[in-house]
Design a protein. Sequence first.
Length: 237
Amino acid sequence: MSDRILIVEDEKALRESLAYSLEREGYTVDTAGDGLSGLDSARRNAPDLILLDIMLPGIDGFEVARKLRMEMNTPILMLTARNDEIDRVVGLEVGADDYMTKPFSMRELIARVKAMLRRVRLIREEISQAQPGMAQMNQPLVFGNLALDIDRHSATINGQVLELKPKEFDLLEYFFKHPGRAISRETLLQNIWGWEFTGDSRTVDVHIRWLREKIEENPSKPLRLVTVRGAGYRFES
């Protein structure tokens, strides 16, 4: 069964070109020309990946991403017509997993799509392999007042459940498994996002900032998830 991709793009020529190229790669493709139609299609068809333009009639891509993130964890690759850092940061903050600036290479887009879907398959395989062996469930990992239950995909601080976005949880799990080590942004991108990042590493910094707001008493002066100048980040256990 082929992966299903939803394209939400108001520019008809680009929408059709994307659909044609992805269908040639063997994907099942749904398309929408505005934000509301995109939301409806995502809810009805449960795609494995969403290509989402920012500038859409009705409601824009930011609002579409925000609504989708409240309902599902489907990876979102955001498309922007401007090479504007504000667009990229806002896109990441509302839940996009990656972004590409127009005009872009179709070859690069397909490579990004394949890598993101590969990451989705790996996660599903891990879940399916874990389900039959309930007796083999991992014990929660605990560092001080912070606990991480990988099998239940939940985290708590002082016994209170943390509302973590998918990538925030993945980051926290990675840090839990590598305490005390300085970890570069590039390493985090490759292990958490599962693809080679071709732009800057702002996406990591944004997610780290979100995570600090949830696990640090004073996010502006972190004691648990610290910056290592020139090296990346380190989780102090």
